[in-house]
Design a protein around this ligand. Structure first.
Ligand code: ATP
Length: 455
C-alpha cells in the first residue's frame, strides 16, 4: 500500500507550506536574503526586525532551560578565532570533511552522500570520484598571509568548552556531573547549503558539554535525550513532527560512543535539529595530549582522579527557529474571514503584546501611549494605530503576537482595556492597573496549541 505521507498531494501541500513560511519571513521582516540589493550571496541570510527578536527568544528559551533553571550548568562565551592547534587536536583539520564530487556535464558540485549517482541538476551520471573537502573557513591573523598565521572560523562552539575545561572547573569549584553551556555563531563551508536557513554557511549554535564520571555516561545520555525532546514539546512543536533517531554504528562520528538526533519533519522530510552525543573522554584526552596540560578531575580529599566523559546536546538556533515557524504556521477562519496565524509559543513570538488604540483620534493617543509605557518595561510590545482594528488583529496574528491590547473610548472612563487572545480570539476587559500581572500570568501558563485539541 502507498505510504500516505509520501503521496503527491502531501508533497504538494508540504512544498506549499514551505513557500508560505519563506514568503512570510521576507514579507513580515523575519529573514531577508543577505545583501539583497547586490543580488544576495547564495544561502546567506540577514535576520530582520522580527527575526532578530524571535531568534533571541529561541536562544533565551534554551538558556533558561539549560542554565538559569539548573544548578549544575555554567556559562561560557569563547572566541570564534582561536589557536589552530585546537582544530588539530579535535580532529577537525584531518577529518571535518564532506565527500565532494563534480558533475562533468554541468560542472555543479555536490555532496556525494546527499545525491547518490545522478546529478540533481542535469540528470547526468558522469560524476567524478569523491574527494574529501574540509568544511572549515580559513583566514589569516595579522597582516601577513603565510602558513604561520593561518586561523579558522570555528565550525562548532564545543571546542571552546573543552579547552576551557580546567579554567572553568577551577574557577567555579565544580565537580562532575556539571555542564558548560554556550551559544554563538559557527561557520561551515557547506558544499550544498540550502532549504532556506536549514543549512547555511554561517549559523548559530546552542551547545552544552556535560562532564560526568565515565561509568554514569549512558545514564546521562538517556537523561539528556529526554530533556531535549521535552524542550521542543514544551515550546509547542507538535508530537507528530518530532522524533528521536538513534545513529547506526557506521554513522557515528569518530569521537562518539552513541548519538541520537532530535529530528523534525520538515516539508522535505525528516531533518536534524539537534544531536545528542556521548563524546566519551575523546576531546579532553586529545587536548591533554596536544597541549601537555592535565585535563582531568582530581578530588584532593579522596585521591579520586579521572578524565570525565562528555554528553553533548548540540542544537542549531537558526535551524530550530525555522522549525518553530513551520510548526506554528496555520490558516483558519475568524468571523467568516480567512486569516494566517503563527501559533508560536508566547515566549518565542517576536512581540508578546500589541497595543492598539481603537482610533487614531487625539483623545485616545495619550492613554494608549501610557498603556504602552506601562507594558514595555515588562514585555516586548508593538504599537500600531494604522488601518482598521480588524486588519491590525490579522497583522498581529500573522506574526504570532499572543495578545492584543485595545484602548477604546470606554477606556477613558472605566480605566480598562480589551485584551484579545490570538488563538481563541476571545476578548476580556481588564483594568489597566491589573494588566502587567494578568499578562505575566498568561505568559507563565503552560502552552497548548489549540490544533492539538482539535485532532
Ligand atoms: P548535518 O548532518 O545537518 O550537517 P551535523 O550533524 O553536522 O548536521 P552538528 O555538528 O551535530 O551537525 O551540529 C549541531 C547542530 O548545529 C545541528 O543539529 C544543526 O541544528 C546545527 N547546524 C549544523 N550545521 C548547520 C548549518 N550548516 N546550518 C544551520 N545549522 C547547522
Amino acid at each position: 500500500m502507498e505510504d500516505p505521507s509520501t503521496t503527491p498531494a502531501v508533497a504538494a501541500r508540504s512544498s506549499e507550506l514551505f513557500d508560505q513560511v519563506v514568503n512570510l519571513c521576507k514579507r513580515r521582516g523575519f529573514v531577508f536574503p543577505s545583501a539583497e540589493i547586490y543580488g544576495g550571496i547564495r544561502s546567506t541570510y540577514d535576520y530582520g526586525p522580527l527575526g532578530t527578536l524571535m531568534l533571541r527568544n529561541v536562544k533565551d528559551a534554551w538558556w533558561r532551560a539549560m542554565v538559569q533553571e539548573r544548578d549544575d550548568v555554567v556559562a561560557l562565551d569563547a572566541a570564534i578565532l582561536t589557536n589552530p592547534k585546537v582544530w588539530e587536536a579535535s580532529g577537525h583539520l584531518a577529518t571535518f570533511t564532506d565527500p565532494l564530487i563534480d558533475c562533468r556535464n554541468c560542472k555543479e558540485r555536490w555532496r556525494q552522500d546527499q545525491i547518490g549517482d545522478t546529478c540533481p541538476n542535469c540528470g547526468s551520471k558522469d560524476l567524478t570520484d569523491a574527494r574529501p573537502f574540509n568544511l572549515m573557513f580559513k583566514t589569516f591573523v595579522g597582516p601577513v598571509e603565510d602558513d604561520s598565521n593561518v586561523a579558522y572560523l570555528r565550525p562548532e562552539t564545543a571546542q571552546g568548552m573543552f579547552v576551557n575545561f580546567a579554567n572553568v572547573m577551577g574557577s567555579m569549584r565544580l565537580k562532575p556531573p556539571f555542564g558548560i553551556a554556550q551559544q554563538g555563531r559557527s561557520f561551515r563551508n557547506e558544499i550544498t547549503p540550502g532549504n532556506f536557513v536549514f543549512r547555511t554557511r554561517e549559523f548559530e549554535q546552542m551547545e552544552l558539554e556535560f562532564f560526568v564520571p565515565p561509568k554514569d555516561a549512558p545514564k546521562w545520555h538517556e537523561y539528556w535525550c529526554n530533556e531535549r525532546l521535552n524542550w521542543y514539546r514544551r515550546f509547542g512543536i507538535s508530537e507528530s513532527l518530532l522524533r528521536l533517531r538513534v545513529h547506526d554504528k557506521e554513522e557515528l562520528s569518530h569521537y562518539s560512543a552513541g548519538t541520537s538526533d532530535v529530528e523534525f519533519d520538515f516539508p522535505w522530510g525528516w531533518g536534524e535539529l539537534e544531536g545528542i552525543a556521548n563524546r566519551t573522554d575523546f576531546d579532553l584526552k586529545a587536548h591533554a595530549a596536544h597541549s601537555g596540560e592535565r585535563l582531568e578531575y582530581f578530588d584532593q580529599a579522596t585521591g579520586e582522579r579521572y578524565v570525565p566523559y562528555v554528553i553533548e546536546p548540540a542544537a542549531g538556533a537558526t535551524r530550530t527557529m525555522m522549525a518553530f515557524l513551520i510548526s506554528a504556521y496555520d490558516e483558519d477562519e475568524v468571523g467568516g474571514e480567512k486569516r494566517t496565524v503563527l501559533r508560536l509559543h508566547p515566549h518565542l513570538a517576536p512581540y508578546q503584546v500589541a497595543v492598539l488604540p481603537l482610533s487614531k483620534k487625539e483623545t485616545l493617543t495619550p492613554l494608549a501611549r501610557e498603556v504602552l509605557g506601562i507594558l514595555k518595561t515588562s514585555f516586548m510590545c508593538e504599537y500600531d494605530d494604522t488601518q482598521s482594528i480588524g486588519r491590525r488583529y490579522r497583522r498581529q496574528d500573522e506574526i504570532g503576537t499572543p495578545l492584543c491590547v485595545t484602548v477604546d473610548f470606554d477606556s477613558l472612563d472605566d480605566g480598562a482595556v480589551t485584551v484579545r487572545d490570538r488563538d481563541t480570539t476571545e476578548q476580556r476587559r481588564i483594568a489597566i492597573g491589573d494588566l502587567v500581572g494578568e499578562i505575566a500570568g498568561y505568559l507563565a501558563r503552560p502552552f497548548s496549541d489549540p490544533r492539538a485539541l482539535k485532532n
